[in-house]
Design a protein around this ligand. Structure first.
Ligand code: S3P
Length: 158
């Protein structure tokens, strides 16, 4: 069964997935490979709705693999994705408070996230709030990572 890391942008999903298994599957990286461009470029060119369709296709494929998977923060938006997750994988929600996540996202110059670029802080906080129940709905385990180092989180999840 796939072990899936869920959480908002900046929660550390990829870092923790890599620490758990160097051969982890990175959903965003696989989506970018399929799109032939960065997620930010794709959002600008085709829009979020088409991105979400590709995201759902890639999720369905990855859940068939018996590996650690890091997801994009918006994977829980669709009911179909949530149902897929609930029935096919072991889902760990890396939970942190909005302010911590916002500071991390803002400081991350390597990853240009369209939702950060296109929304005010207040708008992003509303997106965060809206998603809480969805992460909790699919999570088999919720880990509050706000005060934990990556090493401590990896140790906790091993
Ligand atoms: C998104 C999160 C991003 C990426 C895309 C949309 C979101 O992934 O999938 O920019 O809707 O929260 P990360 O959570 O890895 O930043």
């Amino acid at each position: 069964m796939a072990k899936v890391l869920l959480g908002f942008m900046g929660a550390g999903k990829s870092t923790i997935a890599r620490g758990l298994d160097p051969d982890y599957l990175d959903m965003d990286a696989l989506i970018e490979k399929r799109l032939g461009m960065s997620i930010a470029e794709f959002f600008a060119e085709k829009g979020e709705e088409v991105f979400r369709q590709v995201e759902s296709e890639v999720l369905a494929e990855l859940l068939q693999r018996d590996q650690v998977v890091s997801t994009g923060g918006g994977v829980v938006i669709s009911q179909r994705n949530r149902d897929l997750l609930k029935t096919n994988s072991d889902n760990i929600y890396l939970k942190a408070d909005f302010e911590t996540l916002y500071q991390r996202i803002a400081a991350d110059k390597d990853n240009q996230r369209p939702l950060f670029l296109n929304n005010s802080k207040e708008e992003l906080a509303a997106v965060f709030q809206e998603r809480q129940a969805w992460y909790e709905e699919v999570a088999s385990r919720v880990l509050d990572v706000t005060e934990l180092s990556p090493e401590e989180i990896i140790e906790e999840l091993r």
